[in-house]
Structure formats: C-alpha cells, structure tokens
Design a protein. Structure first.
Ligand SMILES: Cc1cc2nc3c(=O)[nH]c(=O)nc-3n(C[C@H](O)[C@H](O)[C@H](O)COP(=O)(O)OP(=O)(O)OC[C@H]3O[C@@H](n4cnc5c(N)ncnc54)[C@H](O)[C@@H]3O)c2cc1C
Lengths: 811, 288
C-alpha cells in the first residue's frame, strides 16, 4: 500500500463517474421520484411583448388531476424579483423580474402561469385550458433601434432601453496611454464591425427541479451548476431563512453556463411545493429549454485597431452593444465585462479603451455561455489581427509574433491592467505550426488560387489567451459582483482508511470525481480507489462557490491541496505520538510516516484509525484528522494556445469543409490528460458550431424561429474533422497545482480560427468578412458579391420546404 | 399536450393493416416514426390511431426478381439497405443514399417506404425513385395497384396512397448495362435538411447516352423531372462537357422556398450547381 506508485497526477485515467453518467442509471433530477409527488408545468407567453389583460384559470382548475393553478398575481407577494448579482455600474437600470409575469410579458417564452397536477401529462394538458388575453405592445428587437431617440421601450418604467454603460480606459486606469492619441499617431487604422450571434447553450440534460417541503429543511434538487449560490438566492428571493433550505445538484448533464442561473422555474416550483406541502417536480421539454432558458453571446462589436506601418500595434478601441434580452438574470450584465480585459489578448500595445452599452430587448435574457465574454473578445482581436496582416501584406503568424508578449517578459502587466503570470506563446505556436504543416498548406493554397480551383483553401489562426480560474474576491468586489470567488474543500479521514473529499465545486460533466481523487491520492498517498468525492449537496458540502469560469481545478483544486496538507500536519503530530518521537522527526511520503533515519514507520490509514478511536491522543489534540480549507486566488489564471484551422471553401456553393484542425493548448500542469483532451474536443466543437452552424433567430414579432434542433443546428461528429490536439505546459505560478483551467479554452479559441480560415480562403475574391454563422448561403453571397455577407432570410423566412421546418408549418 | 390520446394498433399482415386503415377512423400508418412521431409532438398531425407496420415481415426484406428487379419491402430500414451486399451490387445508388442519411438512429428506424410516402420536398428518396423508374405497389381493400413513380408522387407531402391504403413494396428495375447514377446534394450540416438535391441517371452504350433521367429534389411539389435537360443529354457522347445540359434549367420555373438557412433564390442557384455536378458524376460512373 505504501509502495512507491506511479504518481496519479498526470495519469490519463478513465473517468470513474462515466459508467453511471453515460448509461443514465444515476440520480438525474428527473429520475427522482418521491411519495405523493406532484408535477408542475408552465404556460408561456407566445408573444414577445404584451400587457396581460386577462387570465382565466377556472377551466384549467377543473381539468383531471389538477391540484392548483397559479398566475403571477397569485404569487406576487411571495415571488420577489429574480436576482441580478452583478450590477456593473452605480446607475445600472434593473427591471423588476418576477418569476411569473404579473401584468406584462417581455419575451416569448416568459412564464405566465403554472399548473400543478398529479401527473406531468395532466399538468401539461391543463395548460391549454388557461385563457390568457394579451394586448400586444410594440416589440424591441434590434439593439441600435432600441437606443434610438423615441424608441419603443421594453420597460417603460425605466425610461430607456439602455441598461448600463461600462468603460475601461487605459489612460484613466493608468495602465496605458490615451486611445485617441494612439489612433492619431498610427499609420494604419482599421475599423470593423462584427456580430456575435445569439446562441443557445444546448446542454444535454434539460433543466429539472424537484422540491420536497416535508422536512424541516425544504430540499431542492435541481439540475444546476450552482447549488450553493442557489441556496443563498432562494432565501434572498423568497425570504425563507437559508437554514431552512437545502439544495442538491445531483448528477447534472451539462450546463455550459446555461445552468449558472437562478431560474423562475426553481422559484415557482419551490413556492408551490411549500404552499401545497407536497413534493413538486418540474422538468422542461427541449422546446421550453430553447425558448426560455437563458441564451448566450449576442453582441455587436465595433473595433478600431491602430498600428504602425511596420505592424507594431498601437492601440485598440472596442465599442460594444450587448443584448441583455428582457431581464437581468444572475450575471447577465457582467458577461460582456468578463471580456473587457481580454480584447488586447496576448498583445502589447500602448492604449486600450473598452466601452460596452448593455441594451434591453424583448428577447430571452442572455447570460453566461461557455467562455462568457472571452470568446467575443478573442474573436474580435483575432479577426482584427488577420485583417491587419492582410492590410499590411504580412503573414498573420508573423504579425502576431511581432506583437505578442515574449516568454521572457512574464509576469507581464497588460494595457488592460491584468498581470499574466506565465505563458509561452512561442512554444505553443511553434508546435502547432509543425503539427499543422503550415508551409505545405500555404503552398497548396497558392496553387489552388493560381489555377482558379472551384475549391479554395484557407488557413485560420487563433492565438488566444483567457482569464479564468474565477476569481480573486477583491477583484470581483471592485467589479461590483455581489459574491466572492474563493473555493472550499474538506477531507474526511474515515476509520477504515478510506477518504471522503467534499468539494464546493459542482461538476456537471467535467470529471471532478476522477481528477480530485487523483490529486488526493497523490497528496495523501492513498489508493485512487479509496477516495470518494462528494459534491453538490449543501448538507454535505456546506460551503462552495460552484463550477463555472474554468475555476474548479485552479481554485477548488487548490483548496483541496491545502486541506490535504492540513490532514498531513495533523497526522504527523499523531504519528510522532504513536512512534514516540518529536514531530519534527516525522517524514511524510507516499502515505507513509517515518521517523527520520530509522525504519520505524506507520501509515496514514493507521493514523486515521488511531485518531478516530481516540484511545491515546497527544495532549490537546482533537479526535480527528479531518481538515478543511478555503482558497481565494490572488490572480486569475491565463491558459493560452495556438489553434490552426484549414478549410476548403466550395466557391460554387459556399459550403465550408474543415480539412484539418490543430490545437496546442497550454493549460498549465495537467492532472488528467484524458479529461483535458475531452474538454478541448468539446470546446473546439462548440467554437466551430458558432462559426458555422448555430444561430438563435427571431422573426419580426420576436418569436424564436429556430426553436427546435431541426433549425437550430448543432454539429455532429459527421460535421467535424478529427482534431489534432497537443499541449505545452507552462505551470501557473499562482496556485500550487500549476493549473490554469481548460473548460472554456477550446470554445474561446476555435471560433476565430474557423472564420479567419474561411475569409482567408476567399480573400483574393475581394472578401474581408463573413458574418457568423458562415452558412453556405452567406459564404456564397460573399464570394459572388466580393464583399462581406450578412443577414440571411432568417427572421423573414416564411414556411420552409420541409414538413418540420423553420415556421413549424406542415405544408 | 405532450401527445394526444390515440390508439396504437399492430397488425400481423399487410391485409390486416389495410383492414384497420379502412375501418378505424383517423388511422394512419406508422413506419419508422422518424417523421410521424415528431409531427405528433409538434402538434402538426392529429391522427386518432396509429397502425404500426414496421414489424410486418411481409413488408420487410430485399429480394431480386429473375430479371434483376430489386424488390424492397416498404418497411425496410435505411440501415438494412445500406448494409445489403446485393443492393450495393445491383443498385448502388439505393444503398449509398441509405448509408448517407442523417445519423445512425434515424437509419436504424427510418424506412424507404416511409420516406416515399411522406414525399417531403427535402426527402432523399423520391427523386432517386423517379430517376430509377421505380414502381410502387399499393394495397387497398379492393386489391393491389402498381404505380410508376411519376404517378405515385402527387405533390408536396402527397402521394397516390389513399385512405385505407398501404404501400407494400417498391420495385426498382434492373440498371441497364453501362448506366451511371449520381446523387448530389447540399445541406448546412450533416443532420440538417437539404437545400438542393439533384439525381441524374445516364444509360450509356458505346460511349453515347442512350437514355437519361434528370430529377431535382428540394423543390415544392413532387420531385421535378427535367425533360429538357434529359433531351440535351440523350444521344450525346458521355463526356464531362455534358454538364452544360444543366443550362436548360434556366428556362424551368423551379418552385422552392425560403427558410431560416437560405433563400429560395439561393436554392435555385444551388439546384443548378448540384445538377451540373450530378451529370458529371453520372458520366464518370457510367461504364463506357
Ligand atoms: C433528425 C432527422 C433528420 C432527417 N433528415 C432527413 C433527410 O435529410 N432526408 C430524408 O429523406 N429524411 C430525413 N429525415 C426523415 C427520415 O428519413 C424519416 O425516416 C422518413 O422521412 C420517414 O420514414 P419513417 O419510416 O420514419 O416514416 P414515418 O415517420 O413512420 O411515417 C412518415 C409518413 O409516411 C406514412 N407511411 C409510412 N409508411 C407507409 C406505408 N408503408 N404506407 C403508407 N403510408 C406510410 C406515415 O403514415 C406518415 O405519414 C430526418 C429525420 C430526422 C429525425
């Protein structure tokens, strides 16, 4: 047992949680069933903006199986307003956000009534018997129009559609010069406008909530990423004391930020269970999910890049419009701010200004979606670097190399005021270029151009970094975020020598159980199999800030290491007592506690048992090795990497085929390479999806046209190439694991790599931009008009061709 | 409503199925359910009863007649067609189309008969069936009818299968010596619906096109046969230059639609591109 084993950290272990997750034989919220359980269903507004002139629920109440029907008016006293934890400015406008609409609906899909019935089918059936009259109001959909003088208002009581304007200016912050000077002195000034289309997070497990009010604590099971925050917020919203609420995130099937939310459905299910005194469950349909769970992205980015004629960057100006949708959810207004520090990316420049205007529209609220703010930033700067390279006739990699922070310059404080602790852009790029066969592909590109081939080849580059490992609490405080960014872990040493690890992170597919076990097995010198990781239940895991922002390992893993070190400290004390030596003479290694220079030894399991039976403890020692720790990072972590994409563009059809995709990521020290690779694969697929496929389109009345996966296109394996993934490892210096985080990296990096490749393929035909998603028609239009292509039939689309098509109409 | 209450019936024989379809009001055939179940869920179809035919042995299976005609049961799945060595040998285009359809789940359930009976403009098989001169055997109370593809497909989501009737079998004549069949199509993603589709068959003898079929899918109505294009192909030497015959499309009123991913105008442009490519590929595949 104490033999020197291969270190666990660094091993590509298969994930121990996968068998149960993949077969579904596990505790998904919707798999749970309690005695006397009732089912809840929501009636949702079919219109985007209207006054509710009448709701009649009397017929619904008579339907079979129905126990209760409530409207917003019925719960007005209890439902409070859904929380926005990130009021980014002092003068931010925050509309009241009822869980059930009271007089007015502000987006199509907003809940207006709820039915509780004996079965889920009866609840859904009764919805049809609720009679609602809507007096339609003008809908506000376009951000520019929303800001125009005299625009119709989403929330007339706010007097404006402008939610907040947030500014970072390097001259004001003292981290750089004035942007206007930089632009005035530059030889080249490029200006571009990019659209970050609206995306739907599309987690695999639909949202589900089950509330059991029959104990002293009301227990809430929810398919959420944030059980700890949810517990706090349920209490804040409903006034029920936090001590009376227990939240459990059982196994959760994906989130991508989409379950980083306190939802109207959670609040109403909670209130109804409490009111009826019986367990109540709600599980959404996929259509409900697409319409009403928060969306992501949706920005218009005006970017001005200033450079010297030799390619040296001078300054960057970013002017954003960010669509909030109809309400501010948990971190809605802060999402674009997470990008504010990242537009300058890995580059050195003199001046930087970021200004973001958050705008209300009559659409589903937006909020965090994988990468949250950073994919938008990375897209903009990486597209601009390619545009600048084209303008100057430079190789895009060469231009980046000229401007990026050199590895010997770390730690480096950027023009946005962040200090990047470590990185090596040269190494990652060199490796990527080699794997990609850059020169040969450029050669082929030239040949195809020369012979006017129907199929043109393009090469896209994305050298990204991101700030993750959210987050230093003092920085969050300075950004007016309402919570901290620390993480907590505890370790229980059981009498049998087994170890229970309790983490405040809340995995929903990332494999924490495996990775955390590897870390603890190494630290404590116990077998991997002996470690059990508990998470997601606020009764067991009493303290935590949950999982998002690629934080779990860098922050939560560090708390775990600290807790393990405290276990060892206690164990040493007890071992010294057992072995009758001084504590300083105890050496700990591989689970073994040895008296220095002797063969007298014991192991951590024996010490744990000794502590537990407590027959013979040293003076003043408690009967426990158990330890806990809270870690608050002093800095973010900064993964980086180089992604290279080669696409073939069929100029006759506009169809894009990804020919090869190479990524070399530096996510610091790797605990489990297999998990890292999985995160990169999934992340890159999601980034490619934004570039080529996904788009949440609304028609002119504000209803979601792409409301099913028939129209909202997710790529499948058949649409994607085999990714070539590799790594460089430059450890983070800000945590003992050296870990940087990998959850969002692929998504952040991939989108601009793909779009850059497409534009590169057809640039010689006069194209300098194509709006995302780069569908065949958009690419074809760009090729045939020799300019940027935007729009599409989108919103105006009438009934499509198929039986199950955009309009949903059968022909 | 999640699903409206309805009856589920499972006949043992085609005759029983037909009896149920005529006797039970509001009954419809359920085959692979890959379209029908989605339409029920989206509240786009409202049958009172489902007559599930996908386990009727007599409706499944792949055979060849003495003259080489491929005889396929209507409830044969795409997966069965895709992996049949006999179909690959005799009618490769039929097997290839099945192998390329959507994803494994749909291929394991979806049926060639369901695909044809739906006659969705974006469906894969109808234009191929027209190009291959397939015949459809339709069973009703009063016996069996045998219809050529040109009479079977009757317009968008409409076929000659009437109330109380069942498509039992599809017969595809043997491919003439030297013929080449090509199917070209364009979609946004592998799982999405077709933007444009063209199927071309060239029967080549002594290097000359003896007979030809040129058919478009992804258009309103039934698969669109293009006699003018075919006329330009027949009698010509089978070379890649034949693709120019697609020019004739400019005089054809191709009726199609906008959707969220593309405009009707783009669809029409793409129809021509696919047709050109299909002609070229058919030339390549013909044995000269
Ligand atoms: C995600 C997805 C993507 C798809 N993409 C494509 C695509 O790109 N191309 C494509 O061609 N198809 C596509 N389909 C549809 C799929 O091919 C269906 O399988 C097919 O359209 C219908 O076949 P089915 O056996 O499932 O029929 P069902 O759904 O069971 O029935 C379809 C219709 O045909 C009728 N019917 C079925 N069999 C008979 C019969 N023997 N006699 C009389 N009437 C009958 C039914 O009553 C019903 O009206 C897709 C489906 C999905 C789910």
């Amino acid at each position: 047992m104490t033999a020197v084993a291969e270190p666990e950290v660094g091993r590509a272990r298969l994930r121990k949680e996968d068998a149960r997750l993949i077969t579904g034989r596990t505790r998904w919220t919707d798999n749970l069933s309690l005695p006397g359980m009732l089912h809840l269903a929501f009636l949702r507004s079919p219109v985007a903006h209207a006054r509710i002139s009448k709701i009649d629920t009397s017929a619904a109440k008579q339907k079979p199986g129905v126990i209760a029907v409530v409207t917003g008016a019925d719960v007005a006293e209890e439902q409070g307003s859904l929380p926005c934890a990130w009021p980014i400015t002092e003068d931010i406008k925050i509309p009241n956000a009822p869980s059930l609409a009271v007089d007015e609906v502000n987006f199509a899909g907003e809940a207006v009534a709820a039915v509780v019935a004996r079965s889920a089918a009866e609840a859904v059936d009764a919805l049809e018997a609720i009679d609602v009259e809507y007096d339609e109001l003008p809908v506000v959909l376009d951000m520019n129009e929303a800001l125009a003088e005299g625009a119709d208002l989403v929330h007339p009581e706010l007097g404006t559609n402008k939610c907040a304007t947030w500014v970072f200016d390097s001259a004001e912050a003292g981290s750089g010069g004035a942007i206007d000077d930089a632009i005035a002195q530059a030889d080249v000034v490029l200006e571009r406008t990019f659209r970050q289309q609206r995306l739907i997070p599309s987690f695999m497990e639909p949202r589900s909530v089950l509330v059991d009010p029959t104990g002293e604590q009301i227990t809430v099971w929810s398919a959420t990423q944030i059980p700890h925050i949810l517990k706090w917020m349920i209490s804040a919203v409903t006034g029920v004391p936090e001590t009376k609420v227990r939240v459990i995130a059982p196994d959760v099937g994906g989130g991508f930020g989409g379950k980083l939310q306190v939802t109207p459905e959670e609040i109403i299910t909670f209130l109804m269970a409490r009111r009826l005194g019986r367990p109540v469950k709600w599980t959404e349909t996929r259509s409900e999910s697409m319409q009403s769970a928060h969306h992501g992205r949706d920005q218009i980015q005006k970017i001005t890049l200033a450079a010297a004629s030799d390619g040296t960057l001078k300054g960057l100006k970013v002017e954003l419009l960010a669509d909030m949708g109809a309400y501010l959810r948990l971190v809605t207004p802060g999402v674009p701010i997470l990008g504010a520090f990242m537009f300058n990316a890995i580059y050195k420049m003199d001046a930087y200004r970021f200004e973001c205007t958050n705008v209300f529209t009559n659409k589903t609220p937006t909020d965090a979606y994988r990468g949250a703010g950073r994919p938008e930033a990375t897209f903009a700067i990486e597209r601009m670097m390619d545009e600048l390279a084209a303008e100057l006739g430079r190789d895009p990699i060469d231009l980046r190399r000229q401007n990026w922070i050199k590895h010997e310059e770390f730690p480096f404080t950027t023009v946005a005021g962040l200090t990047y602790d470590s990185g090596n852009y040269e190494a990652a790029t060199a490796k990527a270029l080699e794997l990609f066969g850059y020169d040969a592909l450029r050669q082929e590109q030239r040949e195809r151009r020369e012979r006017g081939d129907t199929v043109q080849l393009g090469i896209g580059v994305s050298t990204y970094t991101e700030m993750c490992g959210l987050a230093p609490s003092r920085v969050l405080g300075a950004l007016r975020y309402a919570a901290g960014g620390w993480e907590h872990a505890s370790i229980r040493m059981l009498p049998t020598g087994k170890v229970e690890v309790i983490t405040g992170t809340s995995p929903h597919g990332q494999g924490h159980e495996t990775a955390w076990s590897q870390i603890v097995a190494d630290r404590l010198g116990v077998p991997f199999e002996d470690v059990e990781v508990l998470h997601g239940d606020t009764a067991a895991s009493h303290k935590g800030m949950d999982s998002y922002g690629s934080r779990s390992l860098a922050v939560g893993g560090t708390a775990l290491v600290m807790a393990a070190d405290r276990v060892i400290e206690k164990a040493k004390k007890l071992a010294a007592h057992m072995l009758e030596c001084s504590e300083d003479d105890i050496e700990f290694s591989g689970g073994k506690l040895t008296v220095r220079g002797t063969d007298k030894a014991t192991d951590i399991q024996s010490v744990a048992l000794h502590a537990h039976v407590a027959h013979d403890l040293p003076e003043g020692m408690e009967a426990s090795l158990d330890s806990e720790a809270t870690f608050d990072p002093e800095n973010f972590s900064y993964p980086h990497g180089t992604h290279l994409c080669a696409v073939e563009v069929d100029t006759e059809t506009g169809q894009v085929k990804i020919r090869s995709y190479v990524c070399v990521d530096d996510v610091g020290t790797v605990v489990n390479p297999l998990i890292v690779e999985g995160q990169v694969h999934g992340g890159v697929a999601q980034g490619i999806a934004q570039a080529l496929f996904e788009d949440a389109v609304h028609d002119e009345s504000g209803t979601l046209t792409t409301g099913t996966f028939a129209d909202y296109l997710l790529p499948s394996a058949a649409d994607l190439p085999s990714f070539v993934t590799d790594r460089t490892e430059t450890p983070a210096t800000t945590n003992p694991l050296g870990a940087k985080g990998v959850g969002e990296a692929g998504t952040i990096a991939a989108t601009p790599a793909v779009v850059n490749a497409i534009v590169d393929a057809v640039r010689h035909l006069g194209v300098d931009d194509i709006e995302m998603p780069c569908t065949p028609m958009r690419v074809w239009r760009a090729v045939h008009s020799g300019t940027r292509a935007e729009g599409g039939p989108g919103g105006e689309a009438g009934g499509g061709l198929g039986s199950i098509d955009a309009s949903g109409g059968a022909q | 409503m999640l699903l409206p209450p309805l009856r589920y019936l499972r006949p043992e024989t085609p005759e029983d199925a037909v009896a149920m379809l005529s006797d039970v009001d509001g009954s419809v055939v359920l085959a692979g359910g890959q379209t029908l179940m989605n339409m029920l869920k989206l509240d786009l179809a409202h049958p009172d009863a489902l007559v599930d035919v996908h386990r009727i042995d007599a409706l499944r299976g792949i055979e060849h007649d003495a003259d080489g005609t491929l005889v396929v049961g209507a409830a044969t799945t795409y997966a069965e067609l895709a992996r049949s060595p006999e179909v690959r040998r005799s009618h490769p285009a039929v097997a290839e189309m099945a192998a390329g359809l959507v994803d494994r789940q749909v291929r394991n359930r979806g049926t060639i008969g369901g695909n044809c009976c739906l006659n969705d403009p974006t469906s894969n098989y109808p234009p191929l069936m027209v190009a291959l001169d397939a015949r459809f055997r339709v069973l009703g109370r009063d016996g069996e009818r045998r219809l050529p593809a040109s009479e079977f497909f009757r317009g968008t989501l409409a076929t000659a299968v009437g109330r109380g009737e069942l498509l039992t079998t599809i017969e595809i004549p043997p491919m003439p010596q030297g013929s080449g069949v090509a199917h070209e199509h364009l979609q946004v993603g592998a799982d999405s619906w077709a933007i444009a589709r063209a199927v071309v068959r060239l029967d080549v003898a002594d290097g000359v096109v003896a007979d030809a079929r040129a058919v478009l899918g992804a258009v309103y109505g039934s698969p669109l046969r293009l006699p003018e294009v075919e006329r330009r192909l027949i009698g010509q030497r089978a070379t890649p230059d034949l693709a120019e015959a697609a020019d004739a499309l400019q005089d054809v009123d191709v009726q199609t639609a906008d959707d969220v991913h593309c405009s009707a105008a783009y669809r029409r442009e793409m129809a021509e591109v696919q047709l050109r490519r299909a002609i070229r590929a058919a030339v390549e595949r013909s044995v000269q």
